[in-house]
Design a protein around this ligand. Structure first.
Ligand SMILES: [Zn+2]
Length: 146
């Protein structure tokens, strides 16, 4: 039930497409930098999120955390398998959008960093892929507190 892995190109393209489909929902009236993310969980389900800014700037949240928290709110036993991220000024995707440090740490909470795939995409055929372990080496995680 919780053993879904990222194995096929279809999974990658599907995840990227879901992120692309949602970028118009980003609420970024201050930075104008729109971001959308889609996460694949170990039960095979996909959740999406966009960045949601706030007039009180620190109250806003990134697309990646929005998607992950949505997934965990549905099933806290599921682990993070992969994240696809797209973003750009005014929603125009011109470069690969990397996750911020806070989002990397939140990803670290919900899976093995060597097994979580982070896909930074311009399109379904143009993307860079790294493990969370590569993006967040020597990280602090839940096993330190047990
Ligand atoms: Zn972030």
């Amino acid at each position: 039930m919780y053993n879904y892995t990222l194995t096929t190109d279809f999974d990658r393209k599907n995840l990227i497409q879901k992120a692309l489909d949602n970028i118009s929902h980003a609420y970024a009236p201050y930075s104008h930098f729109h971001v959308s993310a889609a996460v694949l969980m170990s039960d095979g389900k996909v959740y999406t999120g966009v960045n949601v800014e706030n007039a009180s700037y620190p109250a806003g949240i990134c697309a990646e955390r929005n998607a992950i928290f949505h997934a965990i709110a549905q099933d806290k036993a599921a682990k993070l398998v992969a994240v696809a991220i797209v973003g750009g000024a005014d929603g125009k995707i011109q470069d690969y959008c990397a996750p911020c440090g806070v989002c990397r740490q939140v990803m670290r909470e919900f899976g093995n960093p060597q097994e979580i795939t982070v896909i930074m995409a311009k399109s379904t055929t143009d993307y860079q892929e790294m493990t969370l372990g590569e993006l967040l080496p020597m990280s602090f995680g839940p096993e330190f507190l047990t």
